[in-house]
Design a protein around this ligand. Sequence first.
Ligand code: CTP
Ligand code: MG
Length: 232
Amino acid sequence: MKCAAVVLAAGRGRRMNLDTAKQFIKIKGFPLLYYSLKAFQESFIDEIVLVVSKNETDYCREEIVDKYGFDKVSVITEGGKERYHSVACGLRVLRPDTDYVFIHDSARPNIREEILKRTFDTVVRYGSAIVSVPVKDTIKTADDEGFVTGTPPRSSVYIIQTPQAFEYQAIKKAYEALLQKEDELTAQGVRITDDAMVMERFGDKRVKLCEGSYTNIKVTTPEDIELIKLYL
Ligand code: CTP
Ligand code: MG
């Protein structure tokens, strides 16, 4: 069984408000991206594809991949404008005999072996596995003017994290279909924010949740820095 990871590091980290893209900021002496690569390197994953911004390929190879000996990284490729473009770039370079692909945001550095194992067990059993935790707060939906339009029952709402794992051919096909329909979706104002959405809309597999962790946070805004230092 062949498992690959697509690690996304082609964003700009605008909500972080720093000059450096967040995947390269130093946390406890290492760039943020180091932690996800290390987790996959030390796991059962056979191959890692790293997706980075234009002109950052050499930097990532020299200063991260080679420097820390991440020899499971087989390809460092350039991403695109939106996250889903970057995922599509990563999926395209994987070998056709890949069985399962784990798509992961490098902005989530605190992934542990037990999460990867649970994701693996779930994807083998159901064909998909997205890491999630139950919401602790009450969730409301609201309209553009800030008036509440509904309250989904708390037991039916989850916070979705990464990794998100799928059968490789199935998610690849779903992404190709998404790219065909991209203009239509943009016109409808639909924003694709995770991989499961692509499977839900364009794939032929149901998406299965599996248990993540409340400490598997995505470093997104400045206050996340102190938290992630604590968790790591
Ligand atoms: N990502 C990517 N390619 C893009 C956009 C995002 O590879 N075109 C990656 C980011 O590097 C990050 C992950 O997708 O690891 C999750 O995205 P997000 O947290 O939104 O990161 P950024 O897009 O970098 O941040 P922001 O939205 O604040 O600009
Ligand atoms: Mg973003």
